[in-house]
Every structure is written in structure tokens, then in C-alpha cells.
Write a protein that binds this ligand. Structure first.
Ligand code: HEM
Ligand code: HEM
Length: 216
């Protein structure tokens, strides 16, 4: 009697166990990798940026040297321009895969003012439910979309500061070199503000940290 040769396991169609595991996954591995690489890039950009700022402060204060990176203006600029490539390449992979897989729409859309307001009030009273880790609430959606747009603004204003002559249209759209420098700074402050709130939220709901590390 002819027998069917056994097929290697990896060529079999995924069974119920594989489907269940996929359904439990909160963050796919590419997303987790992109998130942590972005966190490293942002820390390097902020710390080196603060050193650049200290060399010629825009306002009446300086950042403590212990919180800065690079040792001096030249060193800080080198860190800034090196980490910039990590930020940019990783950001493009994150945005590209989010768009290609339809994840961006599933996770961050829709955002309505009513939901954000209701979720914000519930959060401030300590009553915001995190029962379903697969779905972001209104406040999370708004915060993550805000930081993505804010990072885009940092990159665009950074391009003007870096290659002012090569990007004349962008420079004019951002109000000229001096205004672009202020835009870059204010966007940095927005980013740092986001990270501060982000870390408090993660500390309040540590389960989300496990999901961002191991996927579920
Ligand atoms: C997370 C991303 C970034 C952060 C947090 C950041 C932060 C900063 C800060 C705080 C400064 C000092 C501001 C000042 O004194 O004017 C600075 C300066 C600068 N940044 Fe960034 N930056 C980021 C991304 C970029 C990118 C992507 C570029 C280039 C494409 C860039 C190019 C520059 C340049 C050229 C300067 C020097 C400006 C000057 O001489 O005043 N930055 N950045
Ligand atoms: C070491 C510092 C950080 C920790 C411990 C951390 C932790 C986390 C955790 C646990 C989540 C999932 C939260 C949730 O379920 O709502 C998350 C998501 C996210 N974090 Fe962070 N984070 C850090 C730094 C950053 C930085 C520096 C940025 C960007 C400036 C950032 C941007 C985001 C974004 C955009 C998401 C949503 C990602 C998505 O689903 O596409 N994080 N983070």
C-alpha cells in the first residue's frame, strides 16, 4: 500500500495552537525591535542635543553637563549626526511596516475628541481600564500619534539646521534658520515631555512593559 511521505513540520499549515499564539501576541517582534532602537536613538539625540545647546544657549539656562553627551560641541555634533541615521532608518522601517500591514489604522484609528476626553478623565480618577492589551485607549492613541508627528517635525527642522542651503524651501516653510532652531528646540521639549508621561504610565501599568519586551 503506498504511504504518504511525512512532511517536515514547518511546511504544514499553521494549526490551532499557532493561531492561538498569534492571537495572544500584543506586539510583533519587528515592532518591539523598532521601539527599543528608537528609544536608544532618542536618548542619544536628546543628550547630544543638550550639549550642542549648552555651547550657545538660546535661553537663560544651560543643561547640567552630567546629562549631556559628547564632552564638547564637536563631540556632541558627531553623536547627534551618528544617532540621526539610526533614528531615521528605524523610523522609516516603523512607519513603512505599520502602513504596509494596516497596523497603523487598526491601532491608532479612529481618534475622537470625545473618547480622548472621557479616557483622560477616567485616567485622572485612576479608573481607566487596561483590560484588553491589544487595543489602545483614546489617550494612548493621541499620545503615540502626537510623538510620531513631533518626531517628524524634529527631523524636518533638524534637516534645515544641518543642511540649510540644500533645503531652502523647507527652511522658508519653517520660518528661516533662526525660527527652525526654535522649532527644533520646542519639538525636543515636546518629545521629552511625552517620554516623562510615557514612563509614568508604564510604571503605573507594568504589564504593558512585559508585552513590549516579550510580545505578550
Ligand atoms: C529625536 C531627535 C532629535 C532631538 C531630540 C534633537 C535635539 C536637539 C537639540 C536640543 C539641539 C540644540 C538646540 C540648539 O541649541 O539650537 C539640537 C541641535 C541640532 N540638531 Fe537636533 N535633535 C534631533 C534630531 C535631529 C536631526 C534628525 C537632525 C538632522 C537632520 C538634527 C540636527 C541638528 C543640528 C544641525 C543642530 C545644531 C543646531 C545649532 O547649531 O544651533 N537634529 N538638536
Ligand atoms: C526606556 C524608555 C521606554 C520604555 C520603558 C517604554 C515602554 C513602552 C511600553 C511598555 C509601551 C507599550 C505601552 C502601551 O501598551 O501603551 C510603549 C509603546 C510606545 N512607546 Fe515607549 N518606552 C520607552 C521609550 C520610548 C521613547 C523614547 C519613545 C519615543 C519618543 C517611545 C514611543 C513609544 C510609542 C510610539 C509606543 C507605541 C508603539 C506602537 O504600538 O506602535 N517610547 N513604550
Amino acid at each position: 500500500m503506498p504511504t504518504t511521505p511525512a512532511r517536515p513540520a514547518e511546511s504544514l499549515p499553521p494549526g490551532p495552537a499557532a493561531h492561538a499564539a498569534a492571537a495572544r501576541t500584543v506586539h510583533p517582534s519587528w515592532l518591539r525591535l523598532a521601539h527599543w532602537l528608537n528609544a536608544v536613538a532618542v536618548v542619544l539625540m536628546v543628550m547630544s542635543g543638550w550639549r550642542i545647546y549648552d555651547a550657545a544657549p538660546l535661553f537663560d539656562f544651560r543643561f547640567p553637563p552630567a546629562l549631556t553627551l559628547g564632552g564638547w560641541l564637536g563631540g556632541a555634533l558627531q553623536w547627534h549626526f551618528a544617532a540621526m541615521w539610526l533614528l531615521l532608518a528605524n523610523g522609516l522601517v516603523y512607519l513603512g511596516l505599520n502602513a504596509a500591514t494596516g497596523r497603523a489604522r487598526r491601532k491608532f484609528w479612529p481618534i475622537s475628541a470625545r473618547t480622548v476626553w472621557a479616557d483622560l478623565r477616567a485616567a485622572l480618577r485612576g479608573r481607566l481600564s487596561h483590560a484588553d492589551p491589544h487595543t489602545y485607549n483614546g489617550v494612548q492613541r493621541l499620545a503615540y500619534v502626537f510623538v510620531s508627528l513631533d518626531t517628524l517635525l524634529i527631523v524636518l527642522s533638524g534637516l534645515v539646521l544641518w543642511k540649510s542651503v540644500q533645503f531652502p524651501l523647507l527652511r522658508e516653510l519653517l520660518g528661516g534658520y533662526d525660527t527652525a532652531r526654535r522649532v527644533h528646540f520646542v519639538a525636543m521639549a515636546g518629545l521629552v515631555g511625552f517620554v516623562a508621561v510615557h514612563l509614568v504610565m508604564v510604571a503605573l501599568v507594568p504589564r504593558t512593559l512585559l508585552a513590549m519586551i516579550r510580545g505578550r
